[in-house]
Design a protein around this ligand. Structure first.
Ligand code: GDP
Length: 462
């Protein structure tokens, strides 16, 4: 089984306009001269990522430079989206600007975008290997960030200061005892309306598993989680104290507790949605399920209090669930009873299965073989009379799997073809119980013209 979890090292992203020096800084921070340390497989231009140590702590360093198409100074929608995705996924941002070129409109636009992520940001004014560096950096204070540092990635100037400034914003490390356990734990959140039986299910899980259970500080502030060991596996159940303090945290559309619940949901490896069998799937249940789908979190629906319904009613309920949860066909539905214990033993094995699928990694070779077969047996519909082609596929992320397909058009194909490809992928790789994300990109121009000589005069990217 693959255990990837969501609790990896803190992530520092280098962001900013092309040519500012992100890649040079990336390499400087990694202590090496060459670019492309861990290029995402199959992709020539995308984020570069590397694990490194930062003032004694493991961190993930991400260079977003590849998200900008070469030679294009603007901020196309697709680029904006990818850059924002990368920025929002980071814990700390280092915005790199070109100190020699001075403040540009693109810098202002990017700064405004990054501010909306709410992430701490350190501004690195690069290429300042000249006398009067601090004065040169002064105009960048106009961007409104409190920390502005004049550096030179190329000449190794003030890189130590930059490290310290960023380190101050890294999230607190977890206590040693927990740090040993937590990275391998699968994080679960139990959601649902009041009185559906969430705490009863929690207690059943904790008691039935003959497990070692310990209470640990929660994944969100002021909450308490439970760490549950079952055999070799570890599960972190979020906010168990809140679940027991009745009515405090309910996943629903309103209020502060809903916000906390939403954060739990976002941090969960698997979301367990508890539904009262007597009432069936309600609007509020659909809201939670919708949120899980929106956040690409694997979901398992538990139809609880099954002891209170007759067998015919139970099968009608399963049908109703399938209809109402049409938008989440991959979410398994289990019939359980916290009162009698029925079905409770199936919950954690299902969590393992779902989580294993979500963490699945597929090689570029196998993905490409699948793509060739899928496209051959059902050709993509043409767009405005133009034949649509897909050239290759690569997995860009997991938990859940995110597959990028590179073709000759920008954006996704017709909806029905997207559905066809998704179903075909799910079938080919046994990904029937996890969300999967398919993204469509135009094959980078560089790859298309790679056999031709390079155009003269194109500015090289840093
Ligand atoms: P929560 O608010 O979702 O945490 O719900 P609780 O776990 O506190 O349960 C609410 C009520 O439903 C309590 O009176 C439980 O005893 C009862 N309950 C929970 N699960 C079941 C079940 O499977 N069958 C029956 N009959 N009652 C249940």
């Amino acid at each position: 089984m693959v255990w990837c979890g969501t609790m990896s090292s803190p992530c520092i992203a280098l962001v900013g306009a092309p040519n500012a020096g992100k890649s040079t800084l990336f390499n400087r921070l990694l202590g090496r001269r060459k670019a492309l340390v861990h290029p995402t497989p199959g992709m020539t231009r995308d984020v570069n990522e590397a694990e490194t140590t930062w003032e004694g702590r493991p961190v993930r360093l991400v260079d977003t430079g590849g998200l900008f198409p070469p030679g294009d100074p603007g901020l196309a929608d697709g680029v904006r989206r990818s850059v924002m995705e990368a920025a929002a996924a980071a814990d700390v941002l280092v915005m790199v600007v070109d100190g020699r070129a001075g403040l540009t409109p693109l810098d202002r636009e990017l700064a405004a975008m990054f501010r909306t992520t709410g992430r701490p940001l350190v501004l690195a004014v690069n290429k300042m290997d000249v006398p009067g560096r601090d004065e040169g950096a002064a105009e960048f204070h106009a961007l409104g960030f409190p920390e502005v540092l004049a550096i030179s990635a190329d000449h190794d100037v003030s890189i130590g200061d930059l490290r310290s400034a960023v380190a101050r914003h890294l999230p607190e490390p977890r206590p040693a005892s927990e740090a040993e356990e937590a990275p391998r734990a699968v994080t679960l959140t139990i959601g649902g309306r009041p009185n559906v039986g969430k705490s009863s299910i929690l207690n059943r899980l904790l008691n039935e598993e003959r497990s070692i259970v310990s209470e640990i500080p929660g994944t969100t502030r002021d909450t308490v989680d439970s760490l549950l060991r079952s055999g070799e596996r570890l599960y972190r159940i979020q906010d168990t104290a809140g679940l027991r303090r009745k009515g405090r945290v309910e996943v629903g559309p309103e209020g502060l507790s809903a916000m906390v619940a939403r954060r739990h949901l976002e941090r969960a490896d698997v979301v367990l949605l508890v539904v009262d069998s007597l009432e069936g799937i309600t609007q509020q249940d659909l809201h939670v399920a919708g949120l899980a789908i929106e956040k690409s979190r694997p979901l398992i629906v538990l139809l609880n209090k099954s002891d209170l319904v007759e067998p015919e009613q139970a099968s009608a309920l399963l049908e109703q669930s399938a209809t109402r949860l049409k938008f989440a066909p991959h979410a398994p539905v289990l019939t359980v009873s916290a009162l009698t214990g029925r079905g409770i033993g199936r919950i954690l094995p299902m969590v393992d299965e779902v989580h294993e699928q979500a963490c699945r990694r597929m090689t570029t070779g196998r993905l490409n073989a699948w793509l060739r077969r899928a496209v051959e047996s059902h050709r993509p519909p043409s767009v405005s009379g133009r034949e649509v082609k897909y050239f290759y596929a690569a997995q860009a992320a997991n938990n859940p799997p995110r597959i990028v397909l590179f073709g000759n058009i920008e954006g996704p194909p017709h909806f029905s073809y997207q559905r066809y490809l998704e179903n075909s992928l799910r079938e080919a790789f046994d990904l029937t119980r996890t969300p999967v994300l398919l993204q469509y990109r135009e094959r980078p121009r560089a790859a298309r013209t790679s056999t031709r000589p390079r155009r003269k005069g194109r500015k090289s990217r840093v």
